[in-house]
Design a binder for this molecule. Structure first.
Ligand SMILES: Cc1cc2nc3c(=O)[nH]c(=O)nc-3n(C[C@H](O)[C@H](O)[C@H](O)COP(=O)(O)O)c2cc1C
Length: 305
């Protein structure tokens, strides 16, 4: 018998625990030419704000050793156009759709979630309180347990959808913030978003990004993400979506062993657009070879003796 990859993530029923991370995958349909989207455990949409946002001026991406630095700045078409133009298309795939929500004020987070709560076909919200690339809002909300729990409390009032809160690693104590959002009513947490970084062009003496500082993602951040998933898993009871540098089956397994119930893949899609599907197949093979019957049997099973 094939191993059971299905999970229940904060009430979201998924046939496997693999999804894309918000951002590099756009609104999902951009990848439909490369992979069968219906094979994913869930589709996670790039951050949506209340109104259309043009994002930061270019250059807003650059390559580093084992990763990329980006400062896209939440470019998106706004919630109304997302609901009209993208959602009907994504619904055809019969896969849970998780909408990542961003805002520059608490009222904006509330307004977007309120709007999403009124439409059909959305399985959950991922609340992005961790974007490092915007001046207002974003990571500022995720940087203290007080502001993180405030935004979660306010959003909780307007939505009954499963609420997953995406945390920033750019803090002293991520465990404290994870606990505060759990108490405020979150149903799950995603970790991690990007780490703050900077690159300088030695010919021009100028920063490579127009925004000077950006968010580092890709293999370079994986050990930090694993450490954070492991620490947070000891401290909270709600499920964790682990992400940060996953580029192989082995990387994904490390996240499960550290305590993630599901995983998301971001930057690696830019290098290999089939990576999500390859990892789903690889997980199945790994469990089969090791004699496990279900994915949950390895969640949090890192041995610390
Ligand atoms: C180009 C790019 C755009 C991103 N945009 C978003 C976004 O809109 N919302 C969000 O929550 N995270 C965004 N992220 C962060 C990713 O979802 C993910 O948390 C991070 O990149 C770590 O995973 P990775 O190393 O697999 O990419 C973005 C990352 C990249 C590289």
């Amino acid at each position: 018998m094939k191993p059971d990859l299905s999970i229940d993530l904060a009430g979201i029923k998924m046939k496997n625990p693999v999804m894309n991370a918000s951002g590099p995958f756009g609104c999902g349909w951009e990848y439909a030419q490369f992979i069968d989207l219906s094979k994913l455990g869930a589709i996670v949409v790039k951050s949506i704000t209340l109104k259309e946002q043009r994002g930061n001026p270019p250059p807003r991406m650059c390559e580093t050793a084992s990763g990329i630095l980006n400062s896209i700045g939440l470019q998106n078409k706004g919630v109304d156009r997302f609901v009209q133009e993208d959602l009907p298309y994504l619904r055809n795939y019969n896969v849970p759709i998780i909408v990542n929500v961003a805002g520059s004020t608490i009222d904006e987070y509330v307004a977007v979630c309120d709007r999403l709560n009124q439409v059909h076909g959305i399985s959950g919200i991922e609340l992005n309180i961790s974007c490092p690339n915007v001046k207002k809002g974003g990571a500022i909300f995720g940087s203290s347990s007080r502001s993180a729990s405030k935004v979660v409390t306010e959003v909780r009032r307007v939505t009954n959808l499963p609420l997953i809160v995406k945390l920033t690693p750019n803090v002293t104590d991520i465990v404290k913030i994870a606990r505060s959002v759990e108490i405020a009513g979150a149903d799950g947490v995603s970790l991690i978003n990007t780490l703050l970084g900077m690159c300088i062009d030695v010919e021009t003496f100028r920063p490579e990004l127009a925004s000077i500082i950006g968010g580092l993602s890709g293999p370079a951040i994986k050990p930090i993400a694993i450490r954070m998933v492991w620490q947070v898993a000891q401290a909270i009871d709600i499920p964790i979506i682990g992400m940060g540098g996953i580029a192989s089956v082995k990387d994904a397994i490390e996240f499960f062993l550290a305590g993630a119930t599901a995983i998301a893949i971001g930057t690696a899609n830019l290098i290999n657009p089939q990576i999500t599907i390859e990892i789903i197949r690889g997980l199945e093979k790994f469990l089969e070879e090791k004699g496990f019957e279900a994915i949950w049997e390895i969640v949090g099973k890192v041995r610390i003796d």
